[in-house]
Design a protein around this ligand. Structure first.
Ligand SMILES: [Zn+2]
Length: 203
């Protein structure tokens, strides 16, 4: 937290609750996002387009400290940046990690298959603290456990598709409330048809 002018702003992805400040900061702040996040802002006619984009990695170095934005692949969307503060061993995951159920934004390139690999990418970084896109500041182990819950959800959906259940049926048959923090949130329910298709393909 600072009362000084904000020089740089890193967007973790295009969703409005993560880019809603762009427009009012554009005149005085360098705004950076993954190239797919910017493309999603354009596609969805959203305001506050970041002037600077990157594909794999970009760093801001100030006051002897580095802040690094990394792209490990798709997940929540196809443009999720992970913000790494190496000197503090902290990552900000954006919505690639939340304290709750996942939202897989298939309309904007999201994928649960890719998401699993992307979390492995995050875990390849040397960090102790993870700031999720929503929810309390967490530890590395919380991300490990959240990924395991996510994998269980994927396995359960795959199993339901194997049993021949329809897309409509899985919303009521799928059980997630035994997994820490998970529930049938509206955004998770919105992800289910796409997750069904993904898991049916992987069967
Ligand atoms: Zn989001």
């Amino acid at each position: 937290m600072t009362d000084k002018p904000i020089k740089y702003l890193l967007n973790t992805h295009h969703h409005g609750d993560h880019t809603g400040g762009n427009q009012s900061l554009l005149a005085s702040t360098e705004i950076v996002a993954h190239r797919n996040a910017r493309a999603n802002l354009v596609k969805n006619s959203m305001p506050g387009l970041p002037p600077i984009t990157f594909s794999d990695e970009v760093s801001v170095n100030l006051g002897g400290k580095e802040v690094r934005a990394r792209y490990f692949g798709a997940g929540h969307t196809n443009g999720d940046a992970v913000i790494y503060f190496p000197s503090h061993k902290i990552v900000h995951t954006g919505d690639l990690f939340v304290r709750g159920a996942a939202f897989i934004d298939y309309a904007n390139g999201g994928s649960s298959d890719a998401w699993m690999k992307t979390i492995d990418g995050i875990l390849s970084l040397d960090f102790e603290t993870a700031i999720p896109g929503h929810g309390a500041v967490s530890k590395r182990q919380d991300l490990v456990e959240w990924k395991a819950s996510f994998q269980k959800v994927r396995d359960r959906v795959r199993e339901l598709t194997k049993q021949g259940k329809s897309k409509e049926e899985i919303a009521s048959l799928l059980k997630v409330d035994d997994l820490p923090g998970w529930n049938m949130s509206p955004f998770f329910q919105k992800s289910l048809p796409g997750l069904y298709d993904e898991m049916a393909r992987a069967r």
